[in-house]
Design a protein around this ligand. Sequence first.
Ligand code: 3PG
Length: 208
Amino acid sequence: MPVPFEMPDGAPPIIPVVVIDEAEKGPALARALLQGGIQAIEVTLRTPAAAEAIALIAKEVPEICLGAGTVITPDDVQRVRAAGVDFMVSPGCTPRLHHASEASGLPFLAGAVTASEAIAMQELGYSRLKYFPADANGGVAGLKGLGGPLPGLSFCPTGGVGAKNAAEYLAAPNCFAVGGSWVAPADAIRSGDWKRIEKLAREASSLV
Ligand code: 3PG
């Protein structure tokens, strides 16, 4: 059975999704988020620096709940497990990816947006899923719509989620958290503007 995904106890239900170009920026970014009250982070595997950034955060800031995002192959699963992540995120899922993630023993937040995808994941034992790209798939209404026939599933929408609509998503009964890049924008990471990220994190934490 898959390992269930849980937010850390008492954590605000917000998972910043970050893109890191320079690995050494990872720990400072994680500390800024923690200072702002955020307790989880998803580092996307979209840059050459991502795996090293993940390893540095795992070593230097172990108190943050560290996720790797854009995990789409069994090889990605191996790499991020070796780098020390606490959980993995993917925009979707395949049988190969399901087997690799199950074998890793790590919680896996995999994406599903249609009823058939969600039912298939439920059959495999998942109860928490990612909903991506949320806005393009009907937004809050699309997410809530799945809740009627599939009350056993709860989602983390990402993609188009931001300060303006995060609270609306979180009010949906089948939404356990939201994710997005608005808390740690790429330009702020690039320029090392940790104060701005801390402020955005504080604002995001206080949404709930
Ligand atoms: C992503 O995978 O890119 C995330 O969902 C972030 O989307 P956003 O930039 O719209 O927040």
